[in-house]
Ligand binder design. Structure first.
Ligand code: G16
Length: 544
């Protein structure tokens, strides 16, 4: 194998965000851009010579081209084995599982998740460590630092590899294995859930379902698991063929972007269960006939019912949620007397807690839930969890949710996003919030008395690291909260996210529209940040 060293120009914008480096395709296609970032990662990682690297992506535009480049750089840098999903496809949770199952050194996952795909849209890349989870912040910072001084990269002269055929080939001392993208993941799911029970409930018509794969990576996984293994009709999987541009969809499973599913679920002909996943298969949206389950509620409900699922029958060690996620799961944890951890936004922060066996389930308001089984959030896992739960409890989604609220109270919750705002404006908002935050405790705003107000700073109890500036939170005496933070996944301008929640213990008030129930807090949030005033926007771009 002939290895070349290529002199490169340095880029100064390769700072990974919440979940890896995400940029427009045109940015990634700049000369040496992808090569530089991959080399920067390999320069930082120690002692991987002869070890294996997992490679796969969500199949979006530039996926195949990027994989060919990565193969050559990984070969030149001395990896001993490359394990690649067939056609270059691996869902993010499947990649996490494969890293763990085959004891790989790590993995490169190519995805910009829920961001749109295509020549003029987004691409992304992130490195996952050997526990299967996203690289911790200290590593991603080191990758960025390295990229700012990188002068050359190494690349092997290899022919283009055929990614479509399963099998192993050897080039000198490098082994390249193309694996079926679904097999390992499917086996794992079967080991966690009661497939026979779910299958029975589908066959006898108690469960009817619609799953929207949004023309993204989960199509292959859903067809194999839901249709072939669990017996759902083929028509149960919508948009099940992964396309390079995701069919022009914005593959973000929420009520706005998965509106076809939402319309169906609120119609007369709704099946009993509806769900959607995102570009790379780690997010999930759960719906029942006539009901949308917020991700925060979904996490709480899964935690409250975990012992009904074979994999979690012996109970949970603890749970964790990201800071802006509602406090619904905290109530479940308190009830079952298990610890509940609060981490910054980003799945990478759950890894240490999972590895140290402190928690069994975790989740985020951004449509992500997961467990010990991998080190990523897992969309289809959440879908199967709900199907298993419905089959076991013989209740509808609505009955399960309402019963949960009756028992624990309802955390009425909403997130308001102001997308693609001029970053000068959002930076000014952050500066102003930082000033105000220290003066708010004890102040009274109508019915709301500020109990605490601070900028969230996380101390990882396992590795002792600290992550500062993780969003502003204002907590009120009555348990309500307003949280402000900037998104770390966008590629255009800046996105301000405002998270609003109010606890409602009174059963007679559980069925209010969240936007109405939260209206006072929504106004208060504007009073603090003035986003509407500063941008002239009358409404958030997206409300979930
Ligand atoms: C990523 C992270 C999640 C995070 C989400 C939203 O999800 O993996 O942990 O909650 O971004 O982040 P932000 O609010 O910074 O945009 P995904 O599905 O995009 O990989």
């Amino acid at each position: 194998m002939h290895i070349k060293t290529i002199l490169t120009q340095t880029y100064h914008d390769q700072n990974p965000g919440t979940s890896g480096l995400r940029k427009k395709v045109s940015v990634f296609k700049q000369q040496h851009y992808l090569e530089n970032f991959v080399q920067s990662i390999f320069d930082v990682l120690p002692n991987f010579q002869g070890k294996s690297l997992v490679i796969g992506g969500d199949g979006r535009y530039f996926n195949r081209e990027a994989i060919q480049i990565i193969i050559k750089i990984a070969a030149a840098n001395g990896f001993g084995e490359l394990i690649i999903g067939q056609n270059g496809i691996l869902s993010t949770p499947a990649a996490s599982h494969i890293i763990r199952k085959y004891g790989a050194f790590g993995g490169l996952i190519l995805s910009a998740s829920h961001n749109p795909a295509g020549e003029h849209e987004d691409f992304g890349i992130k490195y996952n460590v050997n526990n299967g989870g996203p690289a911790p912040e200290k590593d991603t910072l080191a990758f960025f630092e390295r990229s700012k001084v990188l002068e050359n990269y190494k690349i092997a002269e290899l022919p283009e590899l055929n990614l479509d055929e399963i099998g192993t080939q050897e080039i000198d001392s490098l082994k390249i294995t193309i694996i079926d993208s679904v097999n390992d993941y499917e086996e794992l799911m079967q080991s966690l859930f009661d497939f026979d029970l779910i299958k029975q409930s589908i066959q006898n018509g108690f469960i009817t379902l619609s799953f929207d794969a949004m023309s993204a990576v989960t199509g292959n996984y859903a067809k194999r698991i839901l249709v072939e293994m669990l017996g759902a009709p083929e028509s149960a999987v919508q948009n099940g063929t992964p396309l390079e541009d995701f069919g022009g969809h914005h593959p973000d499973p929420n009520l706005i972007h998965a509106h076809e599913l939402a319309d169906l679920m609120f119609s007369e002909n709704a099946p009993t269960f509806g769900a959607a996943s995102d570009g790379d298969g780690d997010r999930n949206m759960i719906m029942g006939k006539g009901i949308f389950v917020t991700p925060s509620d979904s996490l709480a409900i899964l935690a409250a019912n975990a012992t009904l699922i074979p994999a979690y029958a012996t109970g949970l060690k603890g749970v964790a949620r990201s800071m802006p996620t509602s406090q619904a799961v905290d109530r479940v944890a308190a009830n079952y007397k298990i610890p509940c951890y609060e981490t910054p936004t980003g799945w990478k922060f759950f890894g240490n807690l999972l590895d140290a066996d402190k928690i069994t389930l975790c989740g985020e308001e951004s449509f992500g839930t997961g467990s010990q089984h991998v080190r990523e959030k897992d969309g289809l896992w959440a879908v199967l969890f709900w199907l298993n739960l419905i089959a076991r409890r013989r209740q509808s989604v609505e009955e399960i949710v309402h019963e949960h609220w009756r028992k624990f109270g309802r955390d009425i919750y909403s997130r308001h996003d102001y997308e693609a705002v001029d970053s000068k404006v959002t930076n000014a908002i952050m500066v102003s919030l930082r000033k105000q935050i220290t003066t708010l405790a004890g102040q009274v705003f109508g019915d709301f008395i500020v109990k605490y107000a601070n900028e969230f700073c996380y101390h990882d109890s396992i590795d002792g690291s600290t992550s500062a500036n993780q969003g502003f939170r204002i907590g009120f005496e009555n348990g309500s909260r307003i949280v402000f933070r900037l998104s770390g996944t966008g590629t255009v301008g800046a996105t301000l996210r405002i998270y609003i929640e109010r606890f409602e213990p009174d059963v007679s008030k559980h069925h209010q529209d969240p936007q109405i129930a939260l209206s006072e807090l929504i106004e208060l949030a504007e009073q603090f940040c003035k986003i509407k005033q500063l941008t002239g926007l009358a409404e958030p771009t997206v409300i979930t």
